[in-house]
Design a protein around this ligand. Structure first.
Ligand code: SAH
Length: 463
């Protein structure tokens, strides 16, 4: 099993500093499951390649096998010695611990910089094939090249195997590349040679810092990394979520302008009224309020007796606490508690608790999401939760010129990541509707100005 990493550097020999291993010799390490050798097949003035050769001892493996051993024959005859797997991750962790942590005693400047890197993995088992390989590495901005191997080179009629020779290219810090390999190789292999316990969650969160929360496949990564132990995967995702929560916020003070406009024309109430009317018209009985904040819409919904189930979701724990208090959830009789629920969750994660509802409202929420993450929210709402009706409201940026307290080009709220013109919102909504098989119509909310339109815009999606 061979992994090579080629780095283009100002001085090829710097790779030795980055890895804390001198290029001048072969470094060999005894590991619990075999031997690892680190050496440099190429060092030139401008680039260098490091190779990690892993010799897994299949007989030793059987002797020291963990609690989830396989069938007797498989114990001796298996792919483990030849493929990249969790053994390689463990080896990376042991051989390159400081590099993986982004540290360099002698040359921190090298460790902090992004370099053009190419990683080649001789044989990588990809359960899920090339599409999954791409879904894992491409969102992290790697160029992926993969060659699939036949089951048997002499018998092409037997078809393809799940083994690939893989090349990954990106300009990144070496620590990032090693971290991605460390986490994603066992995910692709969908196996781990050791028992997975609670501390694996910590490991995943530690190594996933800065990239996993935003990764579109974070659920699959957590599930596979934690060997399909659901409770651990859920725990990991919840902690990822919670760590993300402080950045967004119902907790934050709105800019003066938003308060002004909300107050003067009681826009908030008009908005809620419009959303309620649309939901009512749709005939929905089970509804979601996604990004429910402090529960203004929920309160109104809870008064409508034709609704049989109402769920409010928000990423902010603080907002949910306030909502719970306002709705007096604690004091509701048992049967009402089943009808009105609050859950903590993020629109950036696929969440099966949102499956099977008639309608969903996202009231003044999308503008709180980072534009690169909006795509995840779109899939989670329209493709996965897939309610028949979706109502989305967002500020109309054109109307901002009417707001006295607002500087030109400024946004209405500190936590808004963007505000769209009507054309921008409509283009997004049309694209999204088309992609997920919905139709969409638009309704202005609030007093409509002839030139700049209404302060709030609303899109009603139906399938
Ligand atoms: N819909 C409410 C709140 C709007 S403020 C109302 O109209 O009053 C936006 C809300 O979106 C905040 O409560 C914020 O915590 C929530 N939010 C932001 N990002 C989110 C995410 N990724 N998932 C779920 N909720 C989110």
């Amino acid at each position: 099993m061979l992994l090579t990493i080629t780095a283009t550097l100002e001085d090829g020999a710097d790779l030795g500093y980055l890895l804390h291993k001198s290029p001048g010799r072969v470094h060999s390490f005894e590991l619990a499951f075999g031997v690892a050798h680190v050496f440099y097949p190429e060092v030139t003035p401008s680039r260098a390649t490091v190779a990690v050769l892993l010799e897994v001892d299949p007989v030793g493996l059987v002797r020291g096998r963990g609690p989830d051993s396989s069938a007797p024959l498989e114990q001796y005859v298996n792919d483990r010695p030849y493929v990249a797997s969790s053994f390689l991750s463990v080896a990376i962790g042991r051989l390159f611990a400081p590099t993986l942590g982004g540290r360099s005693k002698e040359r921190p400047d090298l460790a902090a910089r992004a370099w053009p890197l190419v990683a080649r993995i001789s044989v990588l088992p990809c359960r899920g094939g090339e599409p999954l390989l791409r879904r894992l590495f491409e969102p992290l901005a790697y160029e992926v090249a993969a060659t699939q191997h036949l089951l048997d080179e002499t018998r092409p009629d037997w078809g393809a195997s799940s083994y690939f020779t893989v090349e990954l290219r990106a300009t990144r810090r070496l620590a990032e590349l090693l971290t991605h390999l460390y986490v994603l190789i066992p995910v692709l292999d969908d196996d781990k040679h050791y028992w997975v316990g609670d501390d694996e969650v910590d490991k995943l969160l530690k190594h996933g810092e800065g990239w996993l929360a935003a990764h579109p496949e974070r659920e699959l990564i957590a599930r596979r990394y934690l060997r399909h132990r659901r409770s651990l995967a859920r725990q990991a995702l919840e902690r990822l979520l919670a760590e993300e929560a402080p950045a967004v916020g119902a907790d934050q003070v709105p800019a003066a302008a938003e308060e002004e406009i909300e107050h003067r024309i009681s826009l908030n109430e008009q908005r809620l009224g419009a959303v309620l009317a649309v939901l009512k018209q749709s005939g929905a009985q089970r509804v979601l309020d996604l990004g429910c904040g402090e529960g203004h819409l929920l309160r109104q919904l809870s008064r409508d007796r034709t609704l049989t189930e109402i769920v409010g979701m928000d990423v902010s724990h603080r907002a949910l606490e306030i909502a719970s208090e306002r709705l007096k959830l604690e004091r509701l009789p048992e049967r009402h508690r089943e009808r009105l629920k609050l859950i903590q969750g993020s629109l950036l994660y696929r969440d099966r608790r949102l499956d099977g509802y008639d309608a969903a409202a996202l009231v003044e929420v999308i503008e709180h999401l980072d534009p690169p993450r909006l795509a995840a929210c779109e899939r989670n709402v329209f493709e996965f939760a897939h309610p028949r009706t979706v109502v989305v409201t967002t500020p109309n940026a054109e109307f901002n010129v009417k707001l006295d307290g607002l500087a030109r080009g400024a946004l209405r709220h500190r936590d808004h990541r963007f505000e769209w013109s009507r054309a921008e919102f409509e283009a997004w909504a049309q694209r999204t509707a088309e992609r997920f098989g919905y139709g969409v119509r638009f309704l202005p909310v609030g007093p409509c100005d002839a030139t700049v339109g209404a302060p709030t815009q609303m899109g009603v999606f139906e399938r």
